[in-house]
Design a protein around this ligand. Structure first.
Ligand code: ZN
Length: 445
């Protein structure tokens, strides 16, 4: 349903909530006016308990289509996004087959996504051994940057880079002014901690993915950034012990940014039951003290963004080994609930919604160079979410829109819920989402 205006007591303009009427035209914000201004056409008025924020820009989502569409696909993932206030997502280059490591891989993605998008979707490329010559053509074709691993990714068709390969890829990416995004766990450290037998105990899983694995890899990323001048981004930071390293690198002026995820900010290892693969992800969820340090680092600006790292699989993969956490597929499915979960957890720590929106919309949009997303300004895309603190969110995994009813957030309650999501002036009814076709996005230089 296309709307012409939205009126609210709390609209996030810059970093403040103010009463306003947003006038929308041709998918964009045409004007920001006083709340009492007259509106012709369809007006959405929201209750006084509701906050209008820029739509969430989630730069870390594994859609898995084509190739592993039985795990997740464009239709189900973008419906989950729309229901959770996410108006733009950027799809990761792996778990789909083929991976997005060649132009043909990108074309396969674009083809598979056609007419299946409820929100706007862009694509990351991948840097793997032997595809150096494909990076610039992918960049020119509109990918937002390149993901690489420094340890096995979990799927054979997307191998990690070794030290020389990583430096070569960074050098190439620096040459054309691209962006490298890194899964930062070190293969050598992980090998040294590899368990000799399976275990259903979360504590054993944690021991197999120690802080040192993140530290060693992040050191390598920082050194590579300094050496090559490439712009780099640390994906899904879990270990707070790496924060000093990151802060020093930023103080030095290196072009480095960092993200963390809702599950690292909402959960703690002490509370995770054994044999519960819905909480398994790599790097792992660590203890409560670590979690609070991540919140501090967000406040201090050492961590820049919060993204879902939504990475679902089917029940067979999540249940592999009957609760053995070494065998189960790693990945948390938080796309639909991430914003509400983080907003509630932030409020418990006296952190306002405007800062949450910065981390989840503005800063992620800026990482991807999407200047028309992640903010409420005249002329930008009318991508908005209405977050109502007068409504409660009770998470029931069987009612989430992503493909499989498995979620670490199952059963939780949050004091605030996304009630409307607006994609380029199209209001999606979150109770009965209609198919508003999202667009495929290309990087704008
Ligand atoms: Zn991921």
């Amino acid at each position: 349903m296309r709307i012409d205006a939205i009126r609210a007591q709390h609209v996030l303009i810059d970093d403040d909530f103010v009463p306003a009427t947003l006038r929308l035209r041709q998918g964009r914000i045409e004007a920001i006016e006083p709340p009492e201004s007259e509106v012709a056409g369809l007006l959405l008025e929201v209750p006084d308990t509701a906050y209008v924020v820029p739509g969430v820009v989630d730069t870390h989502v594994h859609v898995n289509e084509p190739g592993r569409t039985h795990w997740e696909g464009f239709l189900s993932a973008t419906e989950a996004a729309a229901l959770g206030g996410v108006t733009t997502l950027i799809d990761m280059p792996l778990n789909s087959v083929p991976p997005t490591t060649t132009l043909a891989g990108l074309r396969a993605k674009q083809e598979a996504a056609t007419r299946k998008l409820m929100v706007d979707v862009g694509f990351w490329g991948g840097a793997v051994p032997g595809n150096l010559q494909h990076l610039e053509p992918l960049w020119d074709a509109g990918v937002f940057g390149f993901k690489c691993f420094l340890a096995p990714s979990g799927v054979d068709e997307f191998p990690p880079l070794d030290g020389a390969g990583f430096t070569a890829a960074l050098t190439e990416i620096a040459r054309f002014g691209g962006l490298m995004i890194v899964h930062a766990e070190d293969a050598g450290v992980l090998d040294a901690h590899a368990p000799t037998s399976g275990s259903r105990a979360y504590a054993d899983f944690l021991l197999s993915r120690p802080d040192e694995a993140e530290l060693a890899a992040i050191r390598q990323v920082i050194d590579g950034t300094r050496e090559t001048g490439a712009r780099t981004h640390i994906l899904h930071l879990s270990s707070a012990r790496a924060l000093d390293l990151i802060k020093d690198a930023k103080d030095e002026g290196l072009p480095l940014s960092v993200e963390t995820c809702p599950h690292y900010l909402c959960f703690a290892s002490e509370q995770i039951p054994d044999a519960s693969p819905q909480f398994k992800c790599c790097p792992p969820i660590r203890d409560a003290g670590n979690r609070e340090e991540l919140w501090q680092a967000l406040r201090a600006g050492v961590i820049d963004t919060i993204v879902s790292d939504h990475s679902p699989a089917d029940a067979e993969e999540k249940g592999r080994g009957d609760g053995d956490l070494q065998q189960a597929w790693g990945g948390v499915s938080g796309l639909q609930v991430g914003f509400s979960a983080v907003a509630t957890e932030a409020r418990r720590r006296n952190i306002g919604l405007s800062r949450v929106s910065r981390w989840m919309s503005r800063n992620t949009a800026d990482l991807a160079g999407l200047r028309s997303k992640g903010r409420i300004e005249v002329g930008v895309d009318a991508d908005l979410a209405v977050y109502d603190t007068g409504a409660e969110l009770r998470v029931d995994a069987t009612r989430l829109a992503h493909r499989h009813p498995i979620s670490a957030f199952d059963g939780l309650r949050y004091g605030g819920r996304v009630t409307h999501t607006i994609v380029r002036a199209n209001a999606i009814d979150v109770e009965r989402p209609d198919h508003v076709w999202g667009r495929q996005l290309r990087r704008v230089s």
